[in-house]
Structures are given as C-alpha cells and as structure tokens.
Write a protein that binds this ligand. Structure first.
Ligand SMILES: [Zn+2]
Length: 237
C-alpha cells in the first residue's frame, strides 16, 4: 500500500478515503477486509478508527446533491478507487453526515419543485402569448385581405403561429406581422386547400410545374380576397 500513498491525489477539502482493490485490514483494530479505508502514515485504518464511521456514502452521479451534501456537512471525505487500466485514482463518491445528506436532498427537491412550477407558469404564459399572436395575425389577414372569410383567417393564423413549427408565423417577419409574411401564410393555405396543388404533387407533377399550373387560380383567389370579395367558395381549413 506504500505505493498508493505516493499517487493518491491530495483532497481539496476534507479527508480522502480509498476503496482498496486488494484485501486490506485495519492497522488499529485488525478488522477487515475493509471496503473503505483511510491511510494514516501509509497504514490502512478502518473508518471507525479514523473517526469517520458515522458518515454515509453518497455515490457519484448527482453533482448538485454531492455539492450540497458537502456544503451541509461539517466533516466530509472524498472516496476514490484506483483504476488499473487508466493508471489513476477515480472519484467514487463522498462520505457525508447523514443529516447533511438529508438537508441536501431537501434542497434539491425544493429546487426541482420550483423548476416544475416555473415550467408550468412559462407554458401558460406562452400559450396566452400564442393566442394573442394568433388573434393579431388573423386581424392582420382580414385587414390586408378583407374578403377572406373570418373563420378561414383564424385557421390560417392559428396554423401559422404554432409554436416551434418553424412556419412563417413563427419567423421574425411573421412576428413583426409584415405584409409579406401575412400574405405568404394565406397563399400557402390557399395553395393547399383551394387548388389541386397537393393532388398534382402526389401524381408526380414536379413542384415548379404544379405551381405554374395553379398560378392563375391562386392569383384570382388572392385578388378577390384583397378586393373584399365575399369568399363564397370558402373551403373549411
Ligand atoms: Zn479499525
């Protein structure tokens, strides 16, 4: 074990506890083999003899819990084990006071609960924002294209403003409700619902050719809506 003491990394704070790879016995009370030991003058001692027997082991993995447990603990130790393949000691966890671990767990739970509440609040806020945005968008469609049926405008606006959809309504231009963004949302809707565009695509017509074939219908529909036509041949979205 003498070689070990040369390569064990110095602890930043607290004690260093080793999980031995070979069978080790306590130099004080002769107990063993020891699952964890402390080296005192290169001699292994059990945790009880090292006055660390009251501490509990917290395996590595939860960074926040580990940090808080050590903050809460008056006495703590870092537990390491030698990795033969890598030729170095690796952290396995920490030893902390049981009460400290309990307090740390409570703090982490409180945080998780706070985060959960915040997420719910944020989601509600976003939903309300989306709704307001869709209403504004629909109003803008009707201002630019007064002939567009109101239900249709609401459908287009809701579709265009779906969060995270990457559709035009979510883009910066859509957010600013530029005329271009509003009209292209309407154009996309008309193309798919009021023209045979999708059917042409499905039957193998190339996209540009399909667009060319429906161009006249498209323009007529948009012009009618711009001029305030009554949109009698509305297709429900
Ligand atoms: Zn002992």
């Amino acid at each position: 074990m003498a070689a070990v003491s040369l390569t064990v990394p110095a602890p930043r704070t607290g004690f260093l506890v080793v999980q031995p790879l070979r069978r080790k016995y306590c130099a004080g009370c002769r107990r063993g083999p020891l699952p964890m030991l402390v080296l005192e003058d290169a001699a292994p001692r059990c945790l009880d003899c090292a006055d660390l027997g009251h501490l509990v082991f917290l395996p590595r993995g939860d960074t926040a819990l580990t940090r808080r447990s050590r903050e809460e603990s008056g006495l703590s130790a870092v537990v390491v084990r030698f990795n033969r393949r890598k030729g170095r000691y690796e952290r396995q966890g920490v030893l902390v006071e049981e009460a400290a671990l309990t307090r740390a767990e409570e703090r982490c739970l409180a945080d998780a609960e706070a985060r959960r509440r915040r997420r719910t609040r944020d989601a509600r806020h976003r939903a309300a924002q989306d709704e307001r945005f869709a209403e504004t968008f629909a109003a803008e469609i009707l201002r630019l294209l007064p002939g567009c049926p109101a239900g249709r405008a609401r459908g287009i606006a809701a579709h265009a403003s779906l969060r995270g959809s990457g559709r035009v309504g979510r883009s910066a231009a859509g957010r600013a409700l530029s005329e271009g963004a509003v009209v292209s949302a309407v154009v996309a809707s008309v193309r798919h619902l009021d023209t045979p565009y999708d059917r042409l695509l499905m039957s193998g017509v190339p996209r540009h050719e399909a667009r060319r074939r429906i161009a006249a219908d498209m323009e007529a529909r948009i012009r009618t809506w711009r001029e305030g036509g009554d949109g009698t041949d509305e297709t429900v979205p």
